[in-house]
Design a protein around this ligand. Sequence first.
Ligand code: G3P
Ligand code: MG
Length: 343
Amino acid sequence: SQIQDVNSDKVKRAKNMAFAFDIDGVLVHGDRLIPEGKKVLDMLNGDNQLGIKIPHIFLTNGSGKPESARTEQLSKILGNPVNVEQFIQSHTPMRALAEYYKTVLVVGGEGYRCREVAEEYGFKDIIVPNDIVAWDESIAPYRVFTEEERASSRPRDFSKINIEAIMVFSDSRDYATDMQIIMDLLRSENGRLGTVAKDPVSQRIPIYFSQGDFLCPTEHPIPRMSQGSFRIALEAMYKALTGVDLERVVYGKPELATYKYADEVMASWMDALHGEERVPENIYMIGDNPASDIVGGNMYGWNTCLVRTGVFQGGENDEENPANFGVFANVWEAVTTACRKQL
Ligand code: G3P
Ligand code: MG
């Protein structure tokens, strides 16, 4: 019975801890598994001495697909179930914006798949850059527009429509076209293409970005440019053309709103797993990017673990945003160290 007591204490402590996983550079590289990622999830999903599930959510700046499609794909890669209810992509909290804007330009994603994401979020009138190119090809002078793209576009007379807001949901697949159209809209009178506002501020429509990472680890050996790089280029162009700063809203890690949203998801996932709707006391964020995962987690009072399998390639710890729980070779080392401390 002593063993039982020790175990029930451990179970109690296990229910008071949780993990928030970054995905790219921690569990996978693009679509390639990082083997320790599967090992960690096997363990947290019950393959451990206590035989219990330890709650974890996925908090990724990744984007571009509906949550259901991405979790299905990740479940296969990771060999473990990834439920939409424990899953936050950079644009997931932007669902709330559907209440405020009807006609929106949605940018990013393969084959403009973000149209589908925006539909799921409840946006009523969704326009993607290809719809605009199909209406007036001269808007993007260097674009080669294929028949296939034309067939999947939905052109209308955009000189008669006011676009109310711009939502950059994911990485642009064509910087030249997307930047040109975004800049046209930001400089227009209330989102009407073909116009140029006299006052660049009062008639400007708002622009939202789903995340701010400059770099993203991929299959390529050196991290690739991401949405943050696209945004600073737009900001610089806008400033040069109009003389004023571009106001914008950025979601994703390390923005506070994203961590608050993560808390809500964590509490309801705790409810699903343990029948207790609350946020556990000890949360561990495992990330590879000091400038997003780690700085955000530190500000939010989480324990932060930096791994060496992604963006971070530095020395003992990151100099600007050091992880407060430590730096680890990989996700397995981080999670098992946290479990040893807590249990
Ligand atoms: O930077 C873009 C994105 O792919 C990063 O994803 O999972 O590392 O937050 P993640
Ligand atoms: Mg990452």
